[in-house]
Design a protein around this ligand. Sequence first.
Ligand code: SF4
Ligand code: SF4
Ligand code: SF4
Length: 145
Amino acid sequence: MQLTERIKNCNGCEACVVACKYVCVKMEEVDGQKRPVVNEDGCSKCNACMLYCPLYMPVTMPEFEEFFQSDEDIRGREMAPIYRATSRKVKAGQHAEFVGTLCQIAAMKSLRGDKNDRNLVFFPIYCDEEQRASNPACAACTFYK
Ligand code: SF4
Ligand code: SF4
Ligand code: SF4
């Protein structure tokens, strides 16, 4: 079964892409949105993709006092390489900075096992009302209380 059938309001964060050790989750454009598609032939049914999905297994989000704006298409970025590169830095004990929306920060945290890594600093990008109304996943976003 496809992840989007199991995860309600998938926001396309890409944590599942990194979580799948069998490399069988790929992002594709579905109805104008980036969404994961599982190659069912290669799938071992290990469920890691679901267990690392922050919508399925929520993480403890940091409390942010300040948000940032970005001119870059921060939501359209290919995230999997960024999560991997950040994780490598954190594991090596280097200072790492992660710029992303709250759903991307949740994904990064999930892939780090929901730890509070001291050498990982988050810079949250603000999603305004217009963004939150722009598609069903954002309209259902629970990262903004
Ligand atoms: S990890 Fe992200 S992209 Fe994957 S199913 Fe969950 S919300 Fe969607
Ligand atoms: S169940 Fe396991 S093998 Fe299948 S897509 Fe998810 S992570 Fe990959
Ligand atoms: S509104 Fe929520 S789901 Fe949509 S991009 Fe922002 S943080 Fe992610």
